[in-house]
Ligand binder design. Structure first.
Ligand code: SER
Length: 876
């Protein structure tokens, strides 16, 4: 890779190192403790307080840096120039040397001249330069003319823009306030033409000359009222765009032709199948991907505010240029590795951020692409209809608000068609919208908008399953928005809806809300005050506020819920009839799959009663009773023996759902037409969930049938395993249980016998030292319980003993060590096992009287046991 540009940066820094400057790192793109600028826009930003004399602790008076800069707003904004100028960038690197009260005009100019022209350094031909000087700065003029020797016709004096101001191209200031001063700028004649003697109007020939180095003599601080205050130490701040000096050194007529840009441009051309490498869109994307990359590195995220909005504007402009190049799919993220390559990035922090940067770009591009096409179509149709060369500001605002078109994107597209856009009117629309949002559309965590009449949604879904509605509100991330597009989750509010919102135990409907432009899948419906909130995701296209849509519930899902809801009413009345009138509903859940019904009751419900309840409900189902609803005055409900929840607050007029005389309940939910629609009812579980509270779970219709089928299948599988049939299953199981019990008895007898045999054997192997019994032995294939039993018996039997039993089982050894209480002063089981385990690489532990452990290193066991034996001997 050609690293010419990077070499130039290094040479610059090296030159100033040699001139006794301290080389330090550029600062972050986000200025620290400085709200006067949004982004670092010059090398001097990080030294602002030193120039102002506010930071006196600084230990160096001569510094040089290479500083990443962003010029995307405020006093220094090059965003609009990118794509139109060969030398401007949103993001670039500024090489600079600084003097804080050390050298001043003469040395600063001599340094720059030496670096640019000396054969040892950049070696550029002296006759190609042109210098501008602030009109009244005689000292600087004198240095250029008489010390350096620039012919007077190539020194141009630049004055103030108006008579009464000190605003001039040769008076530099960082922002509206802050350090500033007159400057001298070094221009270079790129075309290598002989300089025109009558060069006074050279700015008209700006394409022939390129400004490469600005030397600012920091002498003032501009304060809030616009006046200038003298700085304590006259200082120097210089800035040279790396990309520009590189273009000159590369001998090319555009920054975009230098090595670092060519890497990017070639990659973008490949992705977009573009053959013309001078295509303006390639330049825009190459510039913008660098800016986006370094902004995201600083943890800025695309958003609608502050720095995030600058990032969004840049990304979206790049996306639109990708679109112009015919790139069909998201592509910006693919250029992250190109930036790494072109900038020769080898810093692991940045390399590790690659995936993060890619993901941010992906997300933003997916989001913008979903609206870009619609927005462009609209804009082009409006451009065609524009007669007075100015776009209606409402369109600019609509494009911003609905399709996410930043103002400057619309402006750029209009500029391509020779149409103006009016920023002032656009800003007025923005202001109005901000006020509207402030007043009514910010939702808090709980979507508290209960009493906002604009958001009342009428439920029309008792008998209607599909209707035409209007979208009245769209909520994304708890904020009201104008549109929602493909892949986005959110909440829609409609003027009327067939979707039942979760309430009274009945869960919310699912379904779709759609029109020709988009489709929103409703995953759940909830209620909040007067609003019905449709929660879901846009599956395709885009939906806008105030748009007509069809809202259509999933009918099958609703029918299943209705069956369960009507069955819940039958269950409630059946419980009253079978268990007594003390039964009192204490919560319920009605879903499409099952019913949960909690109620007050004070004693267990035997199977007989449960079956009685099921029978009664199924009887009422088979009667196919008509289910009716009517609205009555709440005052009358007591007389009419209607079930209601006494703790609940009801409105003045209430809805009663009646199943003939069997059930009358206050309920807003949806129900089947007749009980026969329920099909079949089956209780799946009954249990006590709190004191005096029972819970019944049940299923209806096909769900109940599925349950019975799966239970039947299980029974048949058991029968087949037991080689019997359902009729004989009970008898067969009883026989098996008896057999099992007998077997357990036999096993226990055998175990006892086994233990007796082992003890007899072990007894023979015991050793007596003084009056202490020592028993160390290895057994085979014993279970832990048996080992513990053996240990207990032996300890009881020997009274004063140390017993170590190893047991080989499944290529492992398990150990049990026992020491009778009367020996603990001398020796303890947990110490003994530690010693053995260490030898055999095992794990375990215990107490003074008993310890256990194990290991897989069985080959070491005999040695370990021999050693422990000697150790015990040595102790006793
Ligand atoms: N601050 C000046 C500029 O940005 C010189 O560094 O041009």
């Amino acid at each position: 890779m050609n690293k010419k540009t990077i070499k130039i940066r290094n040479q610059f820094l090296e030159f100033f190192r040699k001139k006794k400057h301290k080389i330090i790192q550029g600062s972050s793109l986000i200025p620290k403790n400085d709200t006067s600028i949004l982004f670092t826009n010059a090398g001097m930003n990080q030294f602002k307080n030193i120039f102002l004399g506010q930071d006196k602790s600084y230990q160096y008076s001569k510094i040089a840096t290479a500083q990443y800069c962003l010029r995307t707003g405020g006093k220094h904004n090059d965003l609009e120039n990118v794509g139109y100028s060969n030398y401007h960038h949103t993001f670039f690197e500024m090489l600079g040397n600084f003097s804080f009260g050390s050298y001043f005009k003469k040395k600063a100019i001599l340094y720059s001249w030496e670096l640019l022209t000396s054969k040892k350094w950049f070696s550029l031909p002296k006759e190609n330069f042109l210098i501008t000087v602030y009109e009244t700065d005689e000292e600087t003029y004198d240095i250029w003319a008489n010390i350096i020797g620039i012919p007077p016709d190539r020194i141009v004096l630049i004055g103030n823009k108006t008579e009464n101001s000190d605003i001039s191209d040769n008076f530099w200031q960082m922002g509206d306030t802050g350090p500033c001063g007159p400057c001298t700028e070094i221009f270079y004649n790129l075309k290598n033409n002989k300089c025109n003697k009558q060069i006074k109007n050279f700015r008209k020939k700006i394409n022939d000359f390129i400004e490469i180095w600005n030397i600012v003599f920091m002498q003032f601080n501009r304060i809030n009222d616009g006046s200038l205050v003298k700085l304590p130490n006259p200082s120097v701040d210089t800035g040279m765009g790396l990309e520009r000096i590189s273009a000159i050194m590369h001998n090319v007529s555009s920054n975009y032709e230098i090595d670092i840009f060519q890497i990017l441009i070639n990659d973008i051309a490949k992705i977009s199948n573009t053959t013309d490498l001078k295509n303006k869109s390639l330049y825009v994307i190459a510039d913008h991907i660098r800016a986006s990359y370094f902004m995201i590195v600083e943890n800025i995220l695309p958003s609608n505010e502050n720095r995030g909005y600058v990032l969004r504007r840049i990304i979206r402009r790049a996306i639109r240029h990708g679109y112009l190049l015919g790139v069909k799919n998201i592509f910006l993220y693919k250029l992250v590795s190109s930036v790494n390559k072109s900038m020769n990035i080898n810093n692991s922090y940045l390399l590790n951020k690659k995936e993060y940067i890619e993901n941010i770009l992906k997300k933003e591009e997916i989001q913008f692409r979903s609206t870009l096409n619609h927005g462009l179509k609209l804009l082009h149709s409006k451009i065609k209809k524009t007669i007075n060369h100015t776009l209606d500001s409402e369109i600019t605002f609509y494009l911003y608000d609905t399709f996410g078109f930043p103002f400057d994107l619309t402006k750029e597209i209009c500029r391509e068609h020779n149409i103006n856009v009016d920023r002032l009117s656009f800003e007025k629309h923005m202001e109005k919208q901000k006020n509207r949002s402030r007043e009514k559309k910010i939702f808090n965590q709980n979507y508290i908008m209960m009493h906002n009449t604009e958001n009342i949604s009428i439920f029309i879904g008792y008998n209607t399953y599909k209707t035409e509605s209007i979208i009245k509100n769209i909520i994304k991330n708890k904020t009201s928005e104008q549109f929602i597009s493909s892949g986005e989750q959110g909440i829609l509010l409609l003027n009327k809806t067939p979707f039942y919102p979760e309430s009274g135990g009945q869960i919310g409907d699912i379904g779709i809300i759609y029109n020709n432009e988009g489709k929103f899948k409703v995953k759940n419906t909830e209620k909040n005050g007067n609003m019905i909130l449709h929660f879901g995701i846009v599956e395709k296209g885009i939906l806008h506020i105030e748009q007509k849509v069809f809202s259509e519930i999933d009918e099958q899902y609703r029918f299943d819920i209705q069956k369960n809801h009507s069955a819940t009413h039958l269950l409630n009345s059946a419980l009253h009839k079978t268990l007594g009138d003390h039964v009192y509903q204490n919560g319920s859940l009605v879903t499409a799959d099952w019913i949960r019904f909690d109620f007050f009751h004070n004693m267990p419900i035997p199977l007989k009663k449960i079956q009685e309840i099921e029978k009664l409900i199924n009887k009422n189902i088979s009667k196919n009773i008509l289910i009716t609803t009517k609205i009555i005055n709440f005052k009358n409900i007591k007389e009419k023996n209607i079930i209601f929840l006494s703790h609940k607050k009801y409105e003045k007029h209430v809805r009663v759902v009646s199943i003939d005389h069997y059930s009358n309940e206050l309920c807003k939910g949806t129900h089947t037409e007749r009980t026969g629609d329920i099909g079949f009812f089956k209780i799946t579980s009954v249990r006590k969930i709190a004191s005096n509270t029972y819970r019944i779970e049940a299923k209806t219709g096909k769900n109940a049938l599925h349950l019975i089928h799966s239970q039947e299948k299980k029974v048949l599988e058991i029968c087949s395993n037991l080689k019997t049939n359902p009729n004989n299953l009970k008898k067969t199981l009883e026989k098996i249980i008896i057999k099992q019990k007998n077997l357990e008895k036999d096993i226990s007898k055998l175990k006892e016998k086994n233990i007796t045999n082992i003890i007899a054997k072990l007894n023979k192997n015991k050793i007596k030292i003084k009056n202490i019994i020592l028993l160390i032995n290895t057994l085979q294939d014993q279970d832990p319980k048996t080992l513990r039993n053996i240990m207990d018996i032996l300890k009881n039997k020997f009274k004063k003993a140390i017993i170590i039993l190893a047991n080989l089982i499944n290529n492992k050894v398990t150990l049990i060590v026992g020491v009778t209480n009367n020996l603990h002063e001398l020796i303890q089981a947990n110490d003994l096992i530690k010693i053995i385990l260490k030898k055999i690489n095992g794990k375990g532990g215990g107490k003074p009287d008993i310890a256990e452990g194990g290991s897989t290193y069985i080959h070491k066991l005999p040695e370990a046991l021999t050693e422990i034996k000697s150790w015990i001997y040595s102790i006793i």
